[in-house]
Design a binder for this molecule. Structure first.
Ligand code: AMP
Length: 281
């Protein structure tokens, strides 16, 4: 598996692929790959001729006191996992080339980023939209693949691509879970065995909310209460937020209508995990 670090080199590589009239699929990641990332790569391989995976722990999207330094990194392991999932090349740029001295241009999607993770992590989405714009400009994909696991990120990136007339399609794929339901995440590697068990409260509470919806509940307050109540029973969990909003608009509503997102962010010990479900009525 070829790993390219230089921006000029990946641009030249992509140009030569395009020259062969091949379509390009793109899976941006922060690495420490798992089955969730690999599923995106397999989907990309099915729908496009050439799959680029980026691995870049983007300092711009981490706040002060967050886990930028500790974020797990293992390029050798990642490159064999990416190859196994059908990726054609890995682009793993250096921070100093992405953000050289004097870097001063940012992309900011307003409103959608005021809530959920945007409220808890000020500046996070500005970091995400800026790096993804740069990556799109470098890789020039036809289709970029993202996970519903980060549902707000998906909504923000869709909006950015539309608002800025970007020449690509953004495809959102379902969340891949462990057997017991825990959403796969590179950050799960931070959890000790007790925390790993406790982390299940996130998925279980969202499932319970979905069961309520299936039984006819439409009041968003009642759903939030159910989720908060169940997470509240887990001594190792501390709620950052629980929200039920319309999707993809992320607007508050008293009653479910159409597509809605039930999303939660929870600290399990020092590890912040997020999960969500989308319900349709
Ligand atoms: P990350 O490396 O965590 O920034 O994630 C890179 C991409 O993989 C993002 O589009 C995520 O939404 C997606 N992703 C991460 N975890 C999962 C998962 N469990 N299922 C599906 N997609 C995921």
């Amino acid at each position: 598996m070829q790993v390219i670090q230089s921006i000029d080199e990946i641009k030249a590589f992509v140009r030569s692929v395009r020259g062969q009239n091949k379509t390009i699929g793109f899976v941006p990641t922060m690495g420490y790959l798992h089955e969730g990332h690999q599923t995106l790569m397999r989907k990309a391989k099915k729908q496009t001729d050439f799959v680029v995976v980026s691995i870049f722990v983007n300092p711009l999207q981490f706040g002060v006191g967050e886990d930028y330094q500790e974020y797990p990194r293992d390029l050798r392991r990642d490159s064999s996992l990416a190859e196994a999932a059908g990726a054609d090349v890995i682009f793993a740029p250096q921070v100093r080339e992405m953000y050289p001295q004097g870097y001063s241009t940012f992309v900011d999607v307003e409103k959608l980023t005021d809530k959920l993770c945007g409220r808890s992590r000020p500046g996070h989405f500005k970091g995400v939209t800026t790096v993804v714009t740069k990556l799109f400009n470098i890789v020039q994909p036809d289709i970029a693949f993202f996970g519903q696991k980060d549902a707000q990120q998906a909504a923000v990136l869709q909006k950015m691509a539309i608002d800025l007339n970007m020449n690509l399609t953004i495809q959102i794929r379902p969340t891949v879970r462990e057997k017991d339901g825990l959403a796969m995440s590179s950050r799960n590697s931070y959890l000790n065995p007790e925390e790993r068990a406790a982390a299940l409260c996130l998925y279980r509470s969202l499932e319970a909310a979905k069961n309520l919806v299936d039984a006819g509940e439409r009041n968003t307050g009642a759903l939030k209460q159910k989720i908060e109540g169940l997470i509240g029973q887990e001594p190792l969990a501390r709620i950052d937020y629980v929200e039920v909003l319309s999707f993809p608009e992320l607007a508050e509503t008293e009653y479910l209508k159409g597509s809605s997102l039930a999303a939660a962010a929870v600290f399990i010990g020092r590890t912040r995990l997020i999960d969500n479900i989308i319900v349709e009525v």
